[in-house]
Write a protein that binds this ligand. Structure first.
Ligand code: GDP
Ligand code: MG
Length: 305
């Protein structure tokens, strides 16, 4: 399968010189810390720009982008290497289908990770959504909860919220910075609720937010780098944040049997045993006892009585 193929990261040369320089710096910073692999998991609802973001980071069109239906029916891993350093990015199908969280997608992602990254670690989770959305709802919370149930709360120590469509004009009366801070704060609040991170622990789960503009119409600076409305070049910024995440002192999420099969896979359902026993007692044993008793009472009377 193509997922195992590690190609030379030649597309890095497609970036403007200024971006290349920053990326090479970041890679050597990782190598100096003895980090020779970076594995990134990209997750989120459908159509939010996950695949586009993967393509933007790699610098070439490696995964399918679609304006309409989710075109990533199963996870795809893109691996690129450059002077002894390997970058793995796992693009995944959208987690929401028909207004519900599709748990099967999460299972597919986990079995994919088990096949291609067993005993390796996920160094960063990119939780992708759009900047130009105005509300978060219960579904968002459920997506976060499903990720948390699947990968454990710890994954949020390695998470970066990525907001695409960052080149926008905020609604009247709000500056870009105000809009960004309101949108990211409401999304982060939703993440903390979905992941059940208490206010007390919010500090230790400080989740950074990165802005992304995948469109070919993204503005550029004089060095030809794609920039945000704030003027900062977003590709090196994003890779910088991912690098910081990898080096934040917390262990990456280990892809082991326990993660793939879930905790105590064999014990699943054991919690139902008391319920089943109670049900049997109340609705099976008790009625039978009553019938027997009634029957006995009837039998002891002589038939002529
Ligand atoms: P995915 O389903 O999350 O993988 O989303 P895709 O990457 O396939 O993107 C869905 C649609 O949104 C495509 O038409 C993309 O061209 C578009 N898109 C993705 N990211 C951006 C972005 O940052 N800005 C703009 N303007 N469009 C984007
Ligand atoms: Mg996609």
């Amino acid at each position: 399968m193509a997922a195992q193929l590690i190609r030379e990261w030649t597309a890095i040369q497609q970036f403007p010189a200024a971006t290349q320089e920053k990326l090479v710096d970041l890679l050597s910073k990782l190598k100096n810390q003895n980090v020779s692999t970076l594995t990134i998991l990209v997750i989120g609802k459908s159509g939010v720009g996950k695949s586009s973001t993967v393509n933007s980071i790699i610098g070439e069109r490696v995964v399918t982008v679609s304006a309409f239906q989710s075109e990533t029916p199963r996870p795809v891993m893109v691996s690129r290497s450059r002077s002894g350093f390997t970058l793995n990015i796992v693009d995944t199908p959208g987690l929401v289908e028909g207004g519900y969280v599709n748990d099967q997608v999460l299972d597919t992602i986990k079995s994919f990770l088990g096949r291609f990254l067993l005993n390796k670690r996920i160094d960063a989770l990119l939780y992708v959504d759009r900047l130009d959305a105005y509300r978060v709802d219960n579904l968002d919370k459920q997506v976060v909860k499903a990720i948390t149930d699947s990968f454990g709360k710890e994954i949020w120590h390695k998470a970066l919220v990525v907001l695409t469509h960052a080149q926008l004009s905020p609604p009247d009366g709000l500056s870009y910075e105000e809009f960004f801070s309101k949108r990211s704060e409401s999304l982060l609040k939703c993440v903390r609720q979905g992941a059940q991170i208490s206010k007390k622990n919010a500090q230790s789960f400080a989740i950074p937010v990165a802005l992304v503009e995948n469109s070919g119409r993204c503005n550029k600076n004089e060095s030809d780098e794609k920039i945000l409305p704030t003027g900062s070049p977003w590709i090196p910024n994003l890779v910088h944040m991912i690098t910081d995440m990898a080096l934040n002192g917390k262990d990456g999420i280990l892809v082991d049997k326990k993660l793939i099969e879930g905790p105590n896979a064999n014990d699943r359902g054991k919690i139902f045993i008391p319920v089943i026993l109670a049900f049997q007692y109340l609705f099976v044993i008790k009625p039978i006892q009553k019938w027997i008793k009634d029957d006995v009472a009837r039998e002891t009377k002589p038939s002529w009585a």
